[in-house]
Structures are given as structure tokens and as C-alpha cells.
Design a protein around this ligand. Structure first.
Ligand SMILES: [Zn+2]
Length: 274
């Protein structure tokens, strides 16, 4: 294990030799207006592609260890899920087991086993979150869990006290449920700042994941692990680009930007509509 002490300088590798970190939201065949869903069929096609290319999935501590060692060698990828929807248990979990892959799921702890009333739910349809039993079963099969806060607020808009409560409560609830330490946080809406990160470190988090890394050098790299969102409209060419395998032509780049903008925009709009 890497000793993540404050003075250690962690090298997140440059683009040419980086390990891709992917994030999914719902893996669900049911239609919804939001852009972050992916169908189980498409999810399986992507896992089959990863398997065919001999990718090995990593936990976040292993990802940081690999980045730190600088010895990447084979194809690695980190799979993660934000919001801990129940569809992950029904559709993604069986496929992860089938392909012998691991993943990290970020849980909104106030909503364990409940409907997603925290969300704007465009079109009026609600979706259920993972129950405590489902989280435990997945954990027993090697799926890792992290905090996505207690109630999914935009952390950068909160007072220091409320930030502390969101980060601390969610960590404690998950740790007592799983009987193991919870070291990573996914910032709701991908929004974080130095205040949030200072609080997270003080509470005992070892790292955090984000969509687009802020340029701020004052934020330690392990607290701004950048992820690529994978969405319904991504085809295999775009999926490969998100793995860093290919460079896209001009038209494909525009398409990628548009899909990312639309899909990530959905997440942000939903946050603002609260
Ligand atoms: Zn979220």
C-alpha cells in the first residue's frame, strides 16, 4: 500500500501513459430524459471490448499505487459508478462478475434503499438507490464503495460545518455498514475546491474523483482524479477515445464534446433545479 502522507508527491501520469478512469451513472434499459444512462446491452459490449483487449480493472488505491510506481505496463482501467442506483445491482453487477471485473460505487448515504427524490427527475420518473443488503452483497464480491456525500449537495456552496457533516456522516455510515474504511469521495456535480478537500483530508479521506480536474496546483492530485463519463450516445469509437486508445477526427471530436456537454450538463442542470 502507498503511504498517502501529505509530503509525498504523487505523479499522476501524463496523457500518453495514463490509466483511464471511467464513470457511469445508471445502467438501465428504462428510458429517461437525462443523458447519463447507458443500456445494459451497451455496457456489456464495452466490458466485452475491455476483456478482448486484456484490460485489468483496478481499485482506486491500486490505481494510485500504479501511478505512483510509474510502471503501468499492461492495459488497466478503473470503472466507477456515481449515485449508487439499484440498476447497478440488477444489470451492471452480474456483468462485472461475468467478465471478472471490479468497480467502485459512490453512495449517497441518506438515500440508501430509497427513491432518488434528491434529483430533478426530468419527466417525473424516479429511480431507486441500492439497498444496504445489495451494497453488502456487492462488497462481499469485491466491489468497492466510496462516499458521494450524505445528501448529494453542491459542496462548494456550503458552509465549512455542513461540508464536514456531509463528508463525515457518509463516511461513518458506509464504514459501519461495510466494516471497512472508506477512503475515497466523489464530489457531487464534480464540484470541489480547496476548502472541501482540506475538510476531506482532515476527516481521513485519501482521495477524490472528479469529472474535469481543476488546474489548481494547490489541490493534491489524489484528490482530483479525473474521470471520463460514459454515456448512452457514446459509440465504440468514442469509448476507445475515452480509454485514450485513439485520437478522434475533427467531426468525432465535436460529437464527443457535444455528448459530454449534454450528458454532464444534465447532471449540473439537475443540481441547479433542486
Ligand atoms: Zn451524483
Amino acid at each position: 500500500m502507498v503511504n498517502y502522507n501529505k509530503k509525498r508527491i504523487l505523479q499522476i501520469p501524463s496523457k500518453s501513459k495514463s490509466i483511464p478512469v471511467l464513470v457511469y451513472h445508471k445502467v438501465d434499459p428504462r428510458w429517461e430524459w437525462g443523458g447519463t444512462r447507458i443500456t445494459p446491452k451497451k455496457f456489456e459490449q464495452q466490458l466485452a471490448y475491455l476483456k478482448a483487449r486484456d484490460y485489468c480493472t483496478l481499485s482506486l488505491p491500486d490505481y494510485l499505487n500504479k501511478c505512483h510506481s510509474g510502471k503501468i505496463g499492461r492495459n488497466y482501467v478503473v470503472l466507477s459508478f456515481d449515485d449508487s442506483y439499484e440498476s447497478i445491482y440488477h444489470y451492471a453487477f452480474p456483468l462485472l462478475k461475468k467478465y471478472d471485473f471490479t468497480a467502485t460505487v459512490f453512495v449517497i448515504t441518506d438515500f440508501i434503499g430509497r427513491e432518488n427524490t434528491w434529483d430533478a427527475n426530468l419527466g417525473g420518473r424516479t429511480f431507486k438507490h441500492l439497498s444496504a443488503y445489495q451494497i453488502l452483497e456487492m462488497s462481499n464480491h469485491g466491489i468497492q464503495f466510496g462516499s458521494h456525500t450524505a445528501s448529494h449537495p453542491c459542496l462548494t456552496l456550503l458552509s465549512r460545518e455542513v461540508i464536514q457533516k456531509e463528508l463525515k456522516d457518509s463516511k461513518h455510515i458506509l464504514e459501519s455498514l461495510l466494516n471497512r474504511t472508506v477512503d475515497f469521495i466523489s464530489y457531487p456535480f464534480g464540484r470541489t475546491d480547496t476548502r472541501v478537500i482540506k475538510t476531506a483530508r482532515r476527516i481521513g479521506y485519501k482521495g477524490g474523483v472528479i469529472f474535469k480536474s481543476p488546474k489548481k496546483r494547490s489541490i493534491p492530485p489524489e484528490f482530483r482524479i479525473e474521470r471520463q463519463g460514459v454515456y448512452l450516445l457514446d459509440n465504440l469509437t468514442l469509448f476507445k477515445a475515452k480509454l485514450g486508445e485513439n485520437t478522434l477526427n475533427h467531426i468525432e471530436q465535436k460529437r464527443l464534446k457535444l455528448i459530454n456537454f449534454f450528458s454532464l450538463g444534465t447532471v449540473i442542470v439537475q443540481g441547479l433545479k433542486k
